[in-house]
Design a binder for this molecule. Structure first.
Ligand code: GLN
Length: 314
């Protein structure tokens, strides 16, 4: 009896197993000059299929539905054009939390985690029994208030946060992220220009700390930014005027009225702005002379903390 020849499987999904999509995706990105083609094709598929990267590698032979595969190709094509990967997946990790992002907001950067860590240390110096009030100026997708609030929530401490942004899209996303991490009851959202929404008696001398990662790119730096940033991230969240320091000027001038005596102003800064921002703070006369500065992971100047004089003690 003759044995029929085994035919190759006719399963149409064969063409679309995880391993196939990964290698084709990598090739497409690589051909278009994307540096981390392998990692990015893996990251995109991991978000798309809601699977851990390690599981994708373990299940390379698993079929992927043609709808998902089509979506994957759409994502790869967007990425090929330089569209930021975070806007494609809709997420950016910050302090280990997955924040929803959209093309209307600045993509949170790892450097800002250092600002958050510094602020957490300052808050931990405030006596446990004292209710803490904080403000974040230019909240974007809300990483600063949400990360800090959720840290203290875990520790059983309530922080009363006020987050302000000019963009209503950013505020919507901030609120969504606050809900995502169950701290929507800790954060009050205000739409407006810098400190303007706080010009009310109840907010004067009311805050233990004011925090901001304002737009700080100068005109000259703007031209040297990568296309990925310049063409796709919102310019209003990046540009800080001619020298990049316009927002610091207003924040430094106006924040003391809202800080409690001894309260802190914690700012992220551009790597060449330490001197100019320190001078603004010293020139103001309402802050203590002693200013704390900190570096980012590359040892660039990245932040400044100043304290409002504790006039009551003098
Ligand atoms: N505070 C937000 C962040 O740090 C947004 C900053 C901005 O839009 N410049 O990510």
């Amino acid at each position: 009896m003759s044995v029929p020849l085994l035919k190759k499987s006719t399963n149409p999904e064969n063409e679309q197993c995880i391993g196939d999509l990964l290698s084709k995706g990598k090739l497409l990105l690589k051909r278009n000059g994307i540096e981390n083609a392998e990692q990015e094709s893996l990251l995109l598929l991991s978000y798309l299929l809601k699977m851990k990267k390690i599981d994708l590698l373990l299940k390379r032979h698993f079929p992927v539905s043609s709808i998902k595969a089509k979506r994957y190709w759409q994502w790869l094509r967007q990425r090929r054009e330089g569209y930021p990967i975070q806007y494609i997946t809709g997420f950016q990790n910050f302090m280990g939390l997955e924040f929803a992002v959209s093309k209307n907001v600045f993509i949170p950067r790892a450097e800002t985690e250092i600002l958050v860590e510094e602020v957490i240390k300052l808050i931990e110096m405030i006596p446990e029994e004292e209710p803490v009030s904080l403000m974040d100026i230019g909240a974007g997708c809300g990483v600063i208030p949400v990360a800090i609030s959720s840290y203290f929530k875990e520790k059983g401490r309530h922080i009363d946060f006020h987050a302000v942004d000019l963009s209503s899209d950013a505020l919507k996303l901030s609120f969504k992220n606050a809900r995502r991490f169950h701290c929507q009851n800790n954060i009050h959202f205000h739409q407006g220009d810098l400190l303007k929404p706080f010009i009310k008696k109840e907010y004067f001398n009311a805050f233990h700390g004011i925090i901001s990662n304002p737009p700080y790119i100068s005109k000259t730096e703007w031209d040297s930014l990568s296309d990925e940033v310049r063409l796709f991230e919102p310019a209003m969240a990046l540009l800080g005027g001619e020298k990049g320091v316009d927002f610091y000027k207003t924040i430094i001038e106006e924040s003391p009225a809202f800080l409690k005596p001894g309260g802190f102003l914690a700012l992220e800064i551009g790597h060449q702005q330490k001197d100019i921002v320190s001078e603004m703070i010293r020139g103001n006369g309402i802050f203590e002379k002693k200013i704390v500065t900190f570096y980012d992971y590359y040892h660039n100047d990245r932040g400044i903390i100043a304290f409002k004089k504790n006039l009551e003690l003098k």
